[in-house]
Design a protein around this ligand. Sequence first.
Ligand SMILES: NC(=O)c1ccc[n+]([C@@H]2O[C@H](COP(=O)([O-])OP(=O)(O)OC[C@H]3O[C@@H](n4cnc5c(N)ncnc54)[C@H](OP(=O)(O)O)[C@@H]3O)[C@@H](O)[C@H]2O)c1
Length: 237
Amino acid sequence: MRRLSPEPAAELSESELLAAYPRTDGPLLRVNMITSLDGAATLAGRSGSLGSPADQDLMKRLRMQADAVVVGAGTIRVEGYGATLLDEPAQAWRVAQGLTPHPRFAVVTRGGDIPDKFFADPPARPIVLTYASAPHAYPDAAEVVDCGDSSVDPGVLVAELAARGLSQVLCEGGPHLLGSLVAADLVDELCLTVSPTLAGPGSVRIVAGPPSAPHRLRPAHVLTDGTHLFLRHVRAR
Ligand SMILES: NC(=O)c1ccc[n+]([C@@H]2O[C@H](COP(=O)([O-])OP(=O)(O)OC[C@H]3O[C@@H](n4cnc5c(N)ncnc54)[C@H](OP(=O)(O)O)[C@@H]3O)[C@@H](O)[C@H]2O)c1
């Protein structure tokens, strides 16, 4: 992986790559998404086919830095996430940093249709982020957190995670969840992989939902593996 901006640098080491996505002293809501050149969030309904091995490595590094990984239920249903997010070397790295071996894995849902696989053999207690009047039928092992009375309030969601000591949050989408976080102006950082692909008409963007006000972010770096671009933008202060 090379850095194109701000200062060009050839072949970044693993520690340099981890340092390029640091934990912060204060709360952080970091989002990781992928897009095609023409703005598509999926190919044939999945995001994975836009990616590359370097994109998978980046996702792992971001998970290594996180206290909690938050994903919308639609993405869990389509992408088929299991409960374990990190391999043993990544767990060992976290422990060496004084972190728990695994980030907490949280799903955001209204309806509660979460595949069993999400709850199976979890290495850390899974979290269901929902609201008080929603149906609550989850395995006992899950921690169910109400983030509002009649809907999930994104600000309450972030505050509830912080109240559990989970202040470094990585959101991996999908588009409806990201749309609600953007609308509430909660995104501190967007890590966006740009795939060298023209997907053509018919796909969703990385955000979905009702229109909301725009927010500007500040470019922090651009990396490349030779095919994909890895953009990091942070909240403009
Ligand atoms: N390009 C990328 O980086 C990327 C990343 C992730 C996913 N994707 C793709 O996106 C597609 C899925 O899109 P999606 O928009 O359905 O994904 P999503 O945002 O992960 O899921 C939508 C569902 O999540 C729950 N949810 C999301 N936001 C919520 C909120 N603010 N309050 C309460 N519940 C909320 C609801 O679950 P319930 O229906 O359970 O109530 C909602 O139906 C898949 O094709 C996936 O491959 C792309």
